[in-house]
Design a protein around this ligand. Structure first.
Ligand code: MTE
Length: 382
């Protein structure tokens, strides 16, 4: 990169561009700054924009995580091909129409990037991690509709020998630091595929929008978002273990305290909470405010949420407001009257039905995945 007085990347004598101008993110939907923070090819939902929203994240507010750019795919000519040595016959291709004609299922589930909260490793634990600097907005809940992956595998003639699948997207090859890693793909164990994975063609009652995988994507409930391959083009069905850079290098915990080469490929996400507040939030002293937030877990329903205004010395239970979808989130509220002007931090801590509780510190790893610690949300009281 060239660096001059005009700012990084701007050479003298060439057409002057604003030093802060970001490259086009390759996302199709509008990204108004009041709804999104843009990080390179990705867009993060602003939590304050969810305030007052219904249970589901509206499509126009749902975060986007693109390794490259959103492709525009014609559903009329699109095919999803299943192939590999664990199919009894040869490859089988399904059209969009085929999918629409199969038994449909609806699933309310969150999709969350494994790196959601990454920036908080630095801000809260003083442990910097490179990568997309998400705060907490790389998560959304939608009602997905589509065909169970199990149904497609059965129709394609999957044999008992199958152990792994490799779903792959139709977006461009991903090049990282000059190395071409090929198209986005990540192995999925057959057991998970048969359990609850959906090949979705609808999001919140409408055909999938281009940025979220049109014509069809995987939805792998509870697991790192990288498993939910968008713009699905083909799935290898294999009698042997499969690997890709998204399972060997990326989406593993690396660094001190983790095995050499990294821990196992990440699957389920932990328990998390977020306030529907700007960062920092502002409140008036001596008045009652209604705090709102949402909590979720990759392991099951959230059963308890508590809020602290004194750095975790004391906690008050929040009121949970929703029928708890096992794979979605729960909205909660708590009235709060800040007593005096000053700066403080609000904490929210959730527990799920397996007994898992948000820890005080997240397990640091070099790529900044799975930040599940209680977040200290900065507040200014005036
Ligand atoms: N699938 C393809 N083909 N290409 C991608 O870049 N990103 C993955 C996953 N599926 C990705 C993909 C990651 S890392 C995440 S977190 C989710 O999609 C994000 O889904 P969303 O953009 O619909 O929110």
């Amino acid at each position: 990169m060239t660096s001059t007085e005009d700012g990084p990347g701007v050479r003298r004598g060439t057409r002057r561009t604003a030093p802060e101008a970001a490259p086009p993110p390759g996302i199709r939907k509008p990204l108004p700054p009041r709804l999104f923070a843009v990080h390179g090819t990705n867009a993060e939902t602003r939590w304050e924009a969810l305030r007052g929203e219904d249970y589901l994240t509206p499509d126009d507010l749902f975060f986007v995580r693109n390794h490259t750019a959103t492709p525009l795919i014609d559903a009329a000519t699109w095919r999803l091909t299943l192939w590999g040595d664990a199919l009894r016959g040869g490859p089988v291709a399904f059209t969009y129409r085929d999918l629409l004609g199969m038994p449909a299922e609806t699933l309310t589930a969150f999709i969350e990037c494994a790196g959601n909260g990454r920036r908080l490793y630095g801000e809260q634990q003083y442990q910097e991690a490179p990568g997309t600097p998400w705060r907490l907005g790389a998560v959304g809940v939608a009602r997905w509709r589509g065909v169970r992956l199990a149904t497609l595998l059965e129709r394609a003639g999957m044999s008992d020998r199958a152990v792994a699948l490799m779903p792959r997207g139709l977006d461009a090859d991903y090049v990282e630091a000059g190395e071409n890693l090929g198209r986005v793909r990540r192995p999925l164990p057959v057991a998970k595929a048969l359990d609850d994975v959906l090949v979705a063609y609808e999001m919140n009652g409408r055909p999938l929008p281009p940025d979220h995988g049109h014509p069809a994507r995987l939805v792998v409930p509870g697991w790192v978002g990288a498993a939910s391959i968008k713009w699905l083009g083909d799935i290898e069905v294999s009698a042997e273990r499969l690997e890709s850079p998204w399972s060997t290098r990326l989406y593993r915990m690396h660094g001190p305290g983790h095995p050499p080469g990294g821990g196992p490929p990440l699957t389920r996400m932990g328990v998390k909470s977020a306030f529907e507040l700007p960062w920092p939030a502002r409140f008036e002293a001596g008045r009652e405010h209604l705090l709102r937030g949402r909590s979720w877990s990759g392991h099951g329903r959230v059963v308890r949420v508590e809020v602290s205004e004194d750095e975790g010395v004391s906690w008050r239970p929040a009121r949970l407001r929703d029928d708890r979808h096992p794979r979605g989130w729960v909205r909660w509220t708590l009235p709060w009257t800040p007593r005096e002007a000053g700066n403080l931090r609000l904490l929210a801590r959730a527990a799920d039905e397996t007994g898992a509780v948000q820890p005080d510190r997240a397990a640091y790893n070099l790529l900044g995945y799975r930040f599940d610690a209680v977040v200290r949300h900065p507040v200014v009281v005036t």
